[in-house]
Design a protein around this ligand. Structure first.
Ligand SMILES: CC(C)(COP(=O)(O)OP(=O)(O)OC[C@H]1O[C@@H](n2cnc3c(N)ncnc32)[C@H](O)[C@@H]1OP(=O)(O)O)[C@@H](O)C(=O)NCCC(=O)NCCS
Length: 179
């Protein structure tokens, strides 16, 4: 982790009073989601959005939306993670949305990685206090950026053998929270 980021940014859940207009990552759909859908999804308990804000300005540098998940693992995938259980479905927490504002990705290196690490901390806390989840998961969005797989692989994610989307607009990936 880029430790200096802790000094310049802070993460907190989206609140109704926070304006998200002006957020600008490279993908219009992700900007639109934050401005128009994130709050409604929170109120409906569909997705919980976290904002990364620059401490000095209060501007939104990045956001992610987290949801509960479960993934199907093959026998060999379970072996890889030392999960000797008869069932295929393993509990997980999913990063349903993740985006970094392009201005801030130029200003601070490693924001996307910081968001993944923040999601891991939240998942660990969930495991300790509330509910088990073994993996962090994501449907890597190849439609908008094929390179995004590299970003997730650099952050310790593996491709799942059971792909979530047969036409390959997204690819299902997982990160073991306990390895
Ligand atoms: C993908 C995204 C979250 C990455 O955020 P970021 O702040 O640029 O990521 P980081 O700086 O932490 O990058 C970590 C590493 O991944 C690499 N990386 C990041 N994005 C990449 C991409 N799109 N393609 C290839 N490599 C990428 C970086 O070069 C860096 O490598 P290094 O450690 O060898 O220098 C950001 O570019 C973004 O918001 N993209 C638009 C929305 C999007 O695609 N979200 C993901 C949907 S699944």
């Amino acid at each position: 982790m880029e430790a200096y980021l802790l000094l310049v940014v802070q993460i907190q859940p989206l609140v109704p009073t926070k304006s998200c207009s002006g957020f600008n990552c490279s993908i219009a759909e992700y900007n639109d989601y934050l401005v128009n859908d994130a709050l409604r999804s929170m109120n409906d308990h569909i997705a919980l959005t976290w904002l990364l804000m620059e401490r000095s300005t209060g501007k939104i540098a990045a956001y992610m939306s987290l949801i509960m998940d479960a993934i199907k693992l093959s026998f060999s995938e379970k072996e890889l993670h030392h999960l000797n259980y008869p069932f295929r479905t393993i509990p997980a927490m999913k990063i349903a949305k993740l985006a970094v504002d392009t201005y801030f990705s130029g200003k601070y290196k490693g924001i996307g990685t910081f968001m993944i690490e923040s999601a891991e901390h939240l998942a660990w806390a969930c495991n300790t206090d509330y509910c088990a989840c073994r993996f962090l998961t994501v449907d890597a969005d190849l439609e908008h950026d094929e390179g995004v797989i590299v970003f997730y692989e650099k952050n310790g994610f593996l491709k799942n053998s059971e792909l979530c989307n047969k036409n390959r607009k997204t690819i299902s990936m997982r990160k073991d929270l306990y390895k």
